[in-house]
Design a protein around this ligand. Sequence first.
Ligand code: MEZ
Length: 603
Amino acid sequence: MKHRSGQLFSEQKNGRGSMVGNYRTRICNVLVIGSGGAGLRAAISAHNSGCEVLVIGKRIRNDAHTTLASGGINAALGTVDPQDNWKHHFVDTYQEGYNIGDPRTVEILVKDAPARVEELVSWGAPFAKNSDGKLDQRYFGAHTYRRTCYAGDYTGRAILNTLVSKVEELQIPIIDMTYVSRLLVDTQNGQRRCFGAVGFDINSGQRTVFLSDSVVLAAGGHTRIWRRSSSRRDENTGDAMRLALNAGCRLADMEMVQFHPTGMVHPESLSGTLVTEAVRGEGGRLINSVGERYMEKYDPLRMELSTRDRVALANYTEIQEGRGTENNGVLLDISHVEKGVILEKLPRMYRQFMESQMLDISKGPMEVAPTAHYSMGGVVVDPETHSTGVMGLYAAGECTSGVHGANRLGGNSLAEILVFGKIAGSEASKFSSDLDFQIRSRSVIQEAMDELDDLTTEGEQLARPLQRAVRNIMWNHCGVMRSGKGLEEGLKELMKIKEASSDVDVRPSAEGFSDLALALDLLGSIDSAEATIRSAIARKESRGAHQRSDFPETLKEEAVNYVIELVMEEQVVAKSSVAPLPEELLNAMDEYERPSVDGRLLE
Ligand code: MEZ
């Protein structure tokens, strides 16, 4: 049973200057929530369109999850393989998404990616170049041509550093360490309209009402809610999905969660940490415990550079069928490649294994296993504008759906954040410029404050163990291989955690307000887990990253999207048809015939 702590109130009054009902206000034209690549690119374009922009980040700048994307960014520049063009990139992306991505969104991505990469280089991004001075492009899985630009295996870091420098040069303010608890949405004449957000400083607890003409939500995905994840603690906890659902947005393809084939398996503290696909792009081989290079069995044409869903399922199958290592992994070997090449092209991997396991990867294989890596589903957005259906609210990056369908090609995420970050920022700015009048609803702001007050109470439960329980549920019941029975069980267990989450102990202390952030992370995790499981139950087939042991076939009639929305505060799932391919793209699909990789893996 929860009760509010008297001590809590006096502590707030005396020490932290953030009394209940007392908040500061900041006003801007365009508010950007999230200081990763999508958010910063949105901020730059909104600023360049003449708006006052404010960026809020939950972590410190330069440390958003974007830094962890290692191996590269895709753009059909044709610098290494001149035959490449946007149509090939389209076919690879759409087809390997199992035909449930949105064709127009994919088209925009592949056409605009080259310009976004070149722009980044002109802003100083230190991408690898060939002796002719052109950008180098490496192989990544399931790409017909080499089209992945890179900066060693620090590509995400290089991109984020470049964007932060640009944002600072343009003097766009970034407010770090601020947790957004709610989007401010008012309903007038049946139309929802977003006019800002409420957040608090994770250190001081200071609450701020951010009032804006429009908002870009770019706060990442939900893959930290699996036990083995390539996200770090307290990031990608589904907070963007919770904010969006509560604002009245719809979420599509939530069951489509990408398991990257190669995450670290030990030490426990680093379990799930990304082992970049670039290792395979540079020639790395997957070997099981009986010495077989087993991708021969699964995709003999593309081998280790097959699609991520296939390689992840192959690794999972080898481990499940007893051909894994003692630590439940498989081996990834790059030791046949010259050490100098490894140090030049995979410096982070070299250091990561040396520092954590004293393993020299130029001498011996790495142990790896699938790890939850990317939310391919998320907020439903309009392809052209990335508007969400809630007026004034735009979304970009991993929190959205549309590009990847049922399987994402490695390197498309970094392209996505730049292309759609730019679009969302300029559309949000257009919305602001066209605005006739602004709305400010006191009662909506008060509700957001009440929510924070209600959460800040003593309780019987702690957020961390409940969060751990969610991660176990998702790993055990909604992982690489799923079944109806397991999903139903998982949902039942999740509902118990949901009930317990109303009794979480939250008290500000000398350590700040991280308790409150953890409690909100937990709510985001539960909401996004529920949406994922409900969508996975609804999709009674296997497709890409969604594999069901009880429905192993891919069904033509299931080439649809499952969409979640809140109706009377309950999540409801519905089917929605995929937009048809326009003629030019249909022709492109015919023209660029791909190697056939039919056949399921677990049969
Ligand atoms: O797009 C990604 O997920 C990526 C570049 C990851 C990697 O393996 O490096």
